[in-house]
Write a protein that binds this ligand. Structure first.
Ligand code: ATP
Ligand code: MG
Length: 263
């Protein structure tokens, strides 16, 4: 049984965020990637962000991670403004990005080593390996792992820092359909065990409905939040229930029209 200390999940709030980049074809012109994004996540809430390629989902996560700064607007975690990267905001990408020369254990420990906390927190490494069911693979190298196992190691590596907010950028996007569904349950189990506030970027409408408390639909050029949908289905959710399929067809229709509407 895993008896890990809980971290207080935090609220995440974005107000009026805009972000532009130099246009690749004309470096003197700036092009808006995000315009007037406002959203708030309650502590412990799981929100999915969906939208077509290029609508600014990763840009938004990078701003929340503190890897980039907005042109205007405010970002806060709890009452603290976001000004730089911090271990309190974990980030997991589509590619698990494990260090191939380190064992699973050493990969999961990496953040603690970087922050000089390994001696103090060594016991937690075993707890987190158990949490993601990789304890028997502690001494294996990343090339011994399946895609789902590698992604579980990446999740443990982020969770070991006790993030107040976990940012997931298409974390299951590279997995086959069956593993992906299993991993959706794994991520939900981790979310329920840790109660971390989570923002999940996905292209998969079913995944967004299956997993999240709320879905934000983004539209491109420039990226903005077009619609917010509460998912009031009890968990575990039935992907073939009438309510599920109704939501799916609503969102599909919305994305279709969002993609074809004149700019
Ligand atoms: N560092 C950068 N320099 C210039 N333009 C950028 C930069 N990062 C993102 N952009 C532009 O911002 C827009 C949004 O990109 P972003 O990667 O956030 O989209 P996305 O929604 O994550 O797409 P995908 O679903 O394909 O991952 C795109 O037009 C992209 O070209
Ligand atoms: Mg992206």
């Amino acid at each position: 049984m895993v008896t890990l200390a809980q971290t207080e999940p935090a609220a995440l709030s974005l107000r009026g965020i805009s972000k532009s980049f130099a246009a690749p074809d004309d470096p003197l012109t700036r092009r808006l990637a995000l315009i007037d994004i406002s959203l708030s996540l309650a502590p412990g809430e799981l929100v999915a962000l969906i939208g077509p390629s290029g609508c600014g989902k990763s840009t938004l996560l990078r701003l929340i991670a503190g890897l980039d700064t907005p042109d205007s607007g405010e970002l806060t975690i709890g009452s603290e403004p976001i000004t730089a990267p911090s271990a309190e905001r974990g980030l997991v990408f589509q590619d698990p990005n494990l260090f191939p020369w380190l064992t699973v254990r050493r990969n999961i420990e990496a953040g603690l080593v970087a922050r000089g906390l390994l001696r103090e927190k060594r016991a937690e490494v075993d707890d987190f390996m158990r949490l993601v069911r990789l304890e028997t693979f502690a001494n294996a190298y990343p090339h011994h792992l399946s895609g789902g196992m590698a992604q579980r190691a990446a999740l443990a590596r982020a969770l070991i820092n006790h993030p107040k907010v976990l940012l997931l950028d298409e974390p299951l996007g590279a997995l086959d359909a069956f593993t992906r569904m299993q991993m959706q349950d794994e991520v939900l189990r981790l979310w329920q065990a840790r109660r971390t506030t989570m923002l999940l970027v996905t292209h998969d409408i079913d995944e967004a409905i299956y997993m999240s408390d709320r879905i934000m639909i983004m539209t491109p050029t420039p990226g903005r939040i077009e619609r917010k949908i509460d998912i009031d289905l009890s968990r575990p959710r039935d992907r073939s229930s009438e309510a599920f399929l109704r939501l799916r067809s609503n969102i599909l229709e919305h994305l279709h029209f969002a993609g074809t509407a004149p700019a």
